[in-house]
Design a protein around this ligand. Structure first.
Ligand SMILES: Cc1cc2nc3c(=O)[nH]c(=O)nc-3n(C[C@H](O)[C@H](O)[C@H](O)COP(=O)(O)OP(=O)(O)OC[C@H]3O[C@@H](n4cnc5c(N)ncnc54)[C@H](O)[C@@H]3O)c2cc1C
Length: 315
């Protein structure tokens, strides 16, 4: 039986793909396989089964330690062959996007990355993604026999997923890596995961200088939120690239997003469009962010934010 294969280095994303993959697979008469790779991968197998995988290919081969992209791509290509996969769904994370190209080359497949909607139309997959800097949406089909789609995290949900059998398979893989890790360094300022954050304070160019971002941090602390930013602030190197929200960064879906000193250009707002509640603070009442905000305060952030923090602390 041919299969639809799902993989992401992030188990939650892989579960989302397995859940939606099961719907696609049922419509196409395919089975659902998932891959769990690397140290401790076996722990993810039950979750993947519960999310919809019939078979979970688990490999903790030492060659996969540290996620060398070439060995991971080789592992997935071999698993895809064993599963008879005609469709591969990956998470469109940084690693997933790198993997998509490598895997597609090995499988002789076409690949689409940054996919934010995937549908079946007349038995064919149609993938949508932003194009021309977020100004339009491109809808694309892959003409090859095997297709690889890298899908943005949280595009699908595994809530209420139909479970699969979750049979664990340990494939015999031939792996080698040409990569040698010479050093690992922690990211400055610590890594954040905006994809999964329930509350986010977004900061933009309304902040006059890097030191002033402390005010945004303070607001975030009062809301138990994490700080994300527009690309402009990452370009200034005021915050790391992992803080960017939008087309070039994270696609978030928090319960609350508060945009402070952010104009609301589409390249940023595509990353917050799924937020349940959006609030904005901007001194320009015509700022585009107010068009999508549920609540807005027109005012100077240097006056508004301290007042909001004070009120939050009083609650
Ligand atoms: C291909 C491409 C990809 C891109 N990808 C991304 C992306 O992923 N994410 C992203 O964010 N951007 C992205 N951009 C950049 C994007 O187009 C915008 O330039 C950027 O989002 C604007 O950032 P900003 O809102 O911080 O700055 P501005 O647009 O300069 O807005 C600053 C806002 O702050 C307000 N303000 C100023 N002072 C105060 C104050 N004292 N109090 C209150 N409000 C104040 C102003 O009224 C203004 O609305 C991309 C651009 C391109 C071309």
């Amino acid at each position: 039986m041919a299969d639809l294969l799902v993989y992401s280095e992030k188990t939650q994303t892989a579960c989302e793909l397995a859940a939606k993959g099961r719907e696609f697979a049922q419509a196409l008469g395919l089975g659902v396989s998932a891959a769990a790779l690397g140290e401790g991968a076996a722990a993810a197998a039950p979750e993947l089964g519960a999310a919809g995988a019939d078979r979970v290919f688990v490999s903790e081969d030492p060659a996969l330690a540290g996620w060398p992209a070439d060995a991971v791509a080789a592992a997935l290509a071999q698993i895809a062959a064993e599963a008879g996969a005609t469709v591969v769904l990956l998470g469109s994370t940084r690693r997933g996007k790198e993997l998509a190209g490598r895997l597609a080359e090995k499988l002789g497949a076409g690949a689409v990355t940054d996919v934010n909607a995937l549908e079946l139309e007349g038995g064919e997959f149609v993938a949508a993604r932003y194009a021309f800097g977020g100004a339009t949406i491109a809808r694309e089909k892959v003409a090859s026999d095997v297709r690889v789609f890298a899908i943005m995290p949280k595009t699908f949900s595994n809530e209420g997923a139909s479970p699969g059998a979750g049979t664990v398979i340990t494939p015999a893989l031939q792996l080698a890596t040409g990569m040698k890790v010479v050093e690992r360094r922690a990211k400055e300022g610590g890594a954040v995961s905006l994809d999964a954050a329930p509350r986010i304070v977004g900061v933009g160019r309304g902040f006059g200088k890097k030191e002033d971002l402390a005010l945004g941090e303070e607001l975030a602390a009062a809301l138990e939120a994490v700080v994300g930013c527009t690309k402009s602030l990452a370009d200034f190197q005021w915050l790391g690239e992992d803080r960017i929200i939008g087309l070039s960064g994270a696609k978030t879906s928090p319960d609350l997003y508060v945009g402070v000193g952010i104009s609301g250009q589409v390249q940023h707002t595509v990353g917050v469009a799924s937020a349940k509640l959006i609030a904005a603070i901007n001194k320009d009442k015509e700022a585009p962010i107010f068009q999508m905000a549920d609540y807005g305060i027109v005012g100077d952030l240097y006056e508004v934010v301290p007042a909001v923090i004070e009120r939050l602390k009083a609650v």
